[in-house]
Design a protein around this ligand. Structure first.
Ligand code: FMN
Length: 374
C-alpha cells in the first residue's frame, strides 16, 4: 500500500507525484544573479532522487533585493535561459519545478553565508563578481547592530508601485523559464516580512502602522504575482508564521492573513518562522510542524519544514493532517536520494519504480543478489 507521503496531490492543473519538496536553499554561487552549472547539478540531483517538487533558492526580483552578491535573480531576461535548462532537467524526472521569488530588504548585501564575512581577496572578488550596495527597506532601521547589516534607505512612497511591478515581472520571467510553481518569499525577516511585522515596519504612511497597513504591500505583491502567473499554476507563499519576538508578528496574525491570501489565490503556505533579531526559537525535531497544523485549520494547504529528518516523521505529518507537503532542506543536502530511501523504508516490497530507470534496475538487482528483495 502506498504510504501517505507518497500519494500524489493536485494544486490547480498541477499534480505532484508525492509530498516531498526540496526547500529553497541559497547557494551563493551566482554571478550577476545568473544560474550556472553548480545550480544545475545541485538541483537536478534532487529530481533524480525522487522528490515530487524541487524549489530553486530565494531569487531576487530586483538586483538590490539579493541577500548576497552570489544570489540568483530574475530582474533581467538574460537570467531566464540558464534557469530554463534547470527546469527542463527537473521536469524530465516527473518532478515539479518551483522557484522562490523574494527581496531581502534591509537584509540585502550581506556576506556569503559560508564565508561569514567580506573576507574575499581581490582576485576572488573579480572571479565572483563581487558587489556591495546599500539595502532598501520599509524603514531606515538596520536589522541588527552588527557589521554584516547596514542601515537601509527607506522606500519612498512613490517607489512602491515599481517594487510591486518588479515582483510581477520576475513572475513573468519564471513562467517563460517554464516553472510549475512560484513561491512568494515572505519569511525570515526579509522584505515582505519586514513590511508585515511591527519589528521591521516603522512607516507612518498607508504602508505602516495598523495590520491593514502593514499587510498592504505584501497583498499588492500577491495580487500582482497572481495576475502575472497562469491561473492553472499554483502560487505558494513562505511565511514566518511567528516572529517569536515580543511585540512581533504572531500565529494569530498569520491565521487572519492566511484567510485573506487564500481568497486571493495563494494555494499553499510554506510554514517557517523567525528571521528577526532576538527570536526565541528552540530548534528540535519537526519543531515548526505545529505552525503548519495551526494554519491548516484556516482551510489553506500547508507545507511543514524544519528539522524533519526521518521517513516516519515525514509520513506521520501527512497522515495526521499537520501538512499537505513536507519540505526538506539540510536533510536533502545530506542525502539527495532521501525519497528513494524513505519509500523503501516505509513500504515493503519493490519500490524501485520511483528510481530513474537508468539506476533503479541496477540497484534492484543488487538487492536481489544480496537476498534482500525477491
Ligand atoms: C544553505 C541554506 C540556504 C537556505 N536558503 C533559503 C532560501 O533561499 N529561502 C528560504 O526560504 N529558506 C532558506 N533556507 C531555509 C531552508 O529552506 C529550511 O527552511 C531550513 O533549513 C529548515 O529546514 P531543514 O531543517 O530541513 O534544513 C536555507 C537553509 C540553508 C541550510
Amino acid at each position: 500500500m502506498t504510504s501517505p507521503l507518497f500519494l500524489p496531490i493536485t494544486f490547480r492543473d498541477l499534480t505532484l507525484k508525492n509530498r516531498l519538496a526540496v526547500s529553497p536553499m541559497c547557494q551563493y554561487s551566482a554571478r550577476h544573479g545568473v544560474a550556472n552549472d553548480w545550480h544545475f547539478a545541485h538541483l537536478s540531483r534532487f529530481a533524480i532522487g525522487g522528490f515530487g517538487t524541487v524549489m530553486v533558492e530565494a531569487t531576487a526580483a530586483t538586483a538590490e533585493g539579493r541577500i548576497t552578491y552570489g544570489c540568483l535573480g530574475l530582474w533581467d531576461d538574460a537570467q531566464i535561459a540558464p534557469l530554463a535548462r534547470i527546469v527542463d532537467a527537473i521536469k524530465s524526472q516527473g518532478t515539479a519545478a518551483a522557484i522562490q521569488i523574494g527581496h531581502a530588504g534591509r537584509k540585502a548585501s550581506t556576506p556569503l553565508w559560508w564565508r561569514g564575512s567580506f573576507n574575499e581577496t581581490d582576485e576572488e572578488r573579480r572571479e565572483a563578481a563581487f558587489e556591495h550596495w546599500q539595502p532598501v527597506a520599509p524603514s531606515a532601521v538596520a536589522h541588527m547592530n552588527h557589521p554584516d547589516y547596514q542601515t537601509p534607505r527607506a522606500f519612498e512612497l512613490g517607489e512602491l508601485s515599481g517594487l510591486v511591478s518588479s515582483f510581477a515581472q520576475a513572475t513573468l520571467r519564471a513562467e517563460r523559464a517554464g516553472f510549475d510553481i512560484v513561491e512568494i518569499h515572505a519569511a525570515h525577516g526579509y522584505l515582505l516580512n519586514q513590511f508585515l511585522s511591527p519589528l521591521g515596519n516603522r512607516r507612518t504612511d498607508a504602508y505602516g502602522g495598523s495590520f491593514d497597513n502593514r499587510t498592504r504591500l505584501p497583498l499588492e505583491v500577491i495580487q500582482a504575482m497572481r495576475a502575472a502567473w497562469p491561473m492553472g499554476k499554483p502560487l505558494f507563499m513562505r511565511m514566518s508564521v511567528q516572529d517569536a519576538v515580543d511585540g512581533g508578528w504572531s500565529v494569530e496574525d498569520s491565521k487572519v492573513f492566511a484567510r485573506i491570501v487564500r481568497q486571493m489565490g495563494v494555494d499553499l503556505i510554506d510554514c517557517s518562522s523567525g528571521g528577526f533579531d532576538g527570536a526565541k526559537l528552540v530548534p528540535g525535531p519537526c519543531f515548526q510542524a505545529p505552525l503548519a497544523r495551526a494554519l491548516r485549520e484556516t482551510g489553506i494547504a500547508t507545507m511543514a519544514v524544519g528539522l524533519i529528518t526521518t521517513p516516519d516523521e515525514a509520513n506521520e505529518l501527512i497522515q495526521d493532517g499537520s501538512a499537505d507537503l513536507i519540505a526538506l532542506g539540510r536533510t536533502a543536502l545530506d542525502d539527495p536520494n532521501w525519497p528513494l530511501h524513505a519509500r523503501a523504508a516505509l513500504e515493503p516490497g519493490d519500490t524501485y519504480d520511483l528510481w530513474p530507470r537508468q539506476a533503479g534496475f541496477a540497484v534492484r538487482n543488487r538487492e536481489r543478489a544480496l537476498g534482500r528483495l525477491r
